[in-house]
Design a protein around this ligand. Structure first.
Ligand code: R5P
Length: 315
């Protein structure tokens, strides 16, 4: 059993960490994190963490490489300060889409990041909606993989009449995810048949498999990045006669002109979680609604600390 539970955070999503701390009833630890003028990061942990079970909350969100480097150097500082166990709570795992060698001479960066985190000294990773479940296997340490689906399902049931709803995955890769949400909402599902071409962000939607005419469609995906995939799919759904179109994604990366594209799209509302902190521009978009996963993380942390099952979070 670990005696002291400590919560600390880097700079990637302080509001989420503060909310987790409130739900857990544990204050955030005191750390200093800054950059020297030469762009190198520095961290100093001001609390005693010797012998502690530490939960370090740091999504690897924008600026991705800074967030990742900060995560690594905080792990290193904790290890050298004799923390007994270092649990990395990484609600958004960047580089997850680079998870296979599907072209000649390309990296598998999701695996490289797993190695970096492990070598730095992490004992466990707690994460939410990995782009692909098998990324868990890139780690040789325990990975507690949490899902936002129960939170989305509860929310949709509370705001929508559950009639004529269809959950739509924008591609075949997300079909299991969409099926899981459709099952909870007791509704049908459809799949976009998308072809991605080249190395850039462009993707080409070819077809919609499933019946969407006259229905309220909930497009469901793990990540909205540029918005290209979802918005093309939304237009295809509109052409196929969908009555209303909503979208839900766990991770609101929203890079480039995503917000402007969303505003101009047939998507009425985009529901995302707070795994990634929104800047003021994104937060002011009237189409975006954020659901909090802070309580789920707080419950997971407390249960992991005392060695209890976390399976109630999957109900
Ligand atoms: C792709 O397989 C992912 O699940 C997302 O659909 C995709 O990465 C989202 O990217 P974007 O918003 O740039 O189309």
């Amino acid at each position: 059993m670990f005696s002291k539970l400590k919560l600390i955070t880097g700079n990637a999503n302080r509001p989420l960490a503060e909310e987790v701390a409130r739900h857990a009833g544990i204050p955030l630890g005191d750390i200093e994190l800054f950059k020297f003028s030469n762009d190198e990061s520095f961290v100093k942990i001001n609390d005693n963490v010797r012998g502690a079970d530490v939960y370090l909350i740091q999504p690897t969100s924008y600026p991705v490489n800074d967030s990742l480097m900060d995560l690594l150097i905080i792990i290193d500082a904790l290890k050298r300060a004799s923390a007994q166990r270092i649990n990395c709570v990484i609600p958004y795992y960047a580089y997850a889409r680079s998870d296979k060698k599907d072209q000649p001479r390309v990296p598998i960066t999701a695996k490289l990041v797993a190695d970096l985190i492990t070598v730095a000294g992490a004992d466990r990773v707690v994460t939410v909606d990995l782009h692909a479940d098998q990324i868990q296997g890139f780690f040789n340490i325990p990975v507690d993989h949490l899902y936002a689906i129960p939170s989305f399902a509860r929310y949709f049931k509370s705001i929508m009449q559950m009639e004529d709803i269809v959950v739509v995955s924008p591609d075949s890769g997300g079909a299991n995810r969409a099926r899981a949400l459709a099952k909870r909402l007791n509704c049908s599902m459809a799949i976009g048949d998308k072809r991605r071409s080249g190395n850039d962000d462009n993707s080409e939607l070819l077809n919609v498999i499933g019946d969407v005419a006259g229905k309220t469609a909930i497009l469901f995906d793990d990540i909205i990045d540029t918005g290209g995939s979802l918005i093309k799919m939304a237009r295809a759904l509109q052409e196929q006669g969908a009555k209303k179109i909503f979208a839900a994604c766990t991770h609101g990366v929203l890079s480039g002109k995503a917000v402007e594209c969303l505003e101009a799209s047939p998507i009425e509302k985009l529901f995302i979680t707070n795994t990634i902190q929104l800047d003021a521009h994104k937060a002011s978009c009237k189409k975006i609604v954020q659901l909090s996963i802070a309580e789920m993380l707080a419950i997971a942390i407390k249960k992991i600390h005392i060695g209890e099952s976390i399976s109630l979070l999957f109900r």
